[in-house]
Ligand binder design. Structure first.
Ligand code: NAP
Length: 273
């Protein structure tokens, strides 16, 4: 059984390579030599995460569903950091796709030891618009797929000596907004799955955390009417929406050995909420 050893010289500092989890590598960047898979990585927050992980030295498998042009652009940015990258298409709500995407990532780049479950079905709906079909879509994309991906990836991580997972949640998982009933329920369940998986895998060298963004200014948020967006930003203590990079930097930290004693947490990144 693999365990996460404690740093030998104080919080966050690894002075002796023999004490590193065996999935760790030395080199430039916090994630040098690691292999990451980011779902929904073509655009928005996912794209910023891909770039950040590449900047920290990880090879990155970028999963996307339909945004092929954006995937190509993000892939170029990944490779621009001098690391290997690959783009893999797939609808993660479809039977068998999680295994296929993970298999393709592993075949292209090696064992995946860093996983970011970022892809999600995100849509504001009035309660009357929330049909059973849409409810199932929220659950299959935002909860079932991260569960399946974690379960599919964990054995490879254990065999590699350890790994780290970040699930991208939302403040909608801890607040009650009638336009986000299905979305909020899927994210609340994802938070609980994160906490329980973290405990289940804690003695196997796998850390599992979630990041819960508040209002983040992506292509998607541009579809929200400007007046509503301004009102939403006004409700943020910092009086502004966040940038995708402000989520990506937290994800990079959580995946790195700088967070070696941190697991099972939902980190809210929402300008003071
Ligand atoms: N932006 C915000 O304000 C905000 C706030 C809180 C939480 N979040 C969370 O942050 C994450 C990223 O959000 P975002 O705003 O950057 O992205 P987004 O524009 O909502 O897109 C999410 C990505 O998920 C992918 N996707 C959707 N359904 C899929 C499926 N069935 N199979 C595979 N991929 C699928 C899409 O891929 P394609 O584009 O390739 O189709 C898309 O790129 C999500 O988990 C979201 O819930 C965002």
């Amino acid at each position: 059984m693999t365990t996460n050893p404690a740093p030998s010289t104080g919080p966050g500092s690894w002075s002796d390579e023999s004490t590193l989890p065996s999935g760790s590598r030395s080199g430039a960047g916090l994630l040098a030599g690691r292999v990451a898979l980011v779902t929904g990585g073509a655009r928005g927050i996912g794209s910023a995460i891909c770039e950040r992980l590449a900047r920290e030295g990880a090879s990155v498998a970028l999963h996307y569903r339909s945004s092929a042009d954006e995937a190509e652009r993000t892939l170029s940015a990944i490779r621009g950091h001098g690391v290997a990258g690959v783009a893999i298409a797939g609808d993660l709500s479809a039977e068998g796709e999680v295994d296929r995407v993970l298999g393709a990532a592993t075949e292209a780049l090696g064992p995946v030891t860093l996983l970011v479950n970022n892809a999600a079905y995100t849509r504001l709906l009035e309660p009357a618009e929330l049909t059973m079909q849409r409810w199932r879509r929220f659950m299959s994309t935002n909860l079932d797929a991260p569960f399946e991906m974690m379960w599919a990836a964990k054995d490879g991580m254990i065999a590699a000596g350890g790994g780290a997972i970040v699930n991208i949640s939302s403040t909608a998982g801890v607040t009650a907004d009638p336009r986000m009933i299905g979305y909020g329920a899927s994210k609340a369940a994802l938070n609980h799955l994160t906490q329980t998986a973290a405990v289940a895998f804690a003695d196997k060298g796998i850390r599992v955390n979630a990041v819960a963004p508040g209002l983040i200014l992506t292509e998607r948020s541009e579809t929200v009417p400007p007046e509503l967006r301004a009102r939403m930003a006004e409700g943020v203590p910092m009086k502004r929406g966040g940038q995708p990079e402000e989520i990506a930097s937290v994800v990079g930290f959580l995946l790195s050995d700088e967070a070696s004693y941190l697991t099972g947490q939902v980190v809210v990144v929402a300008g003071g909420r």
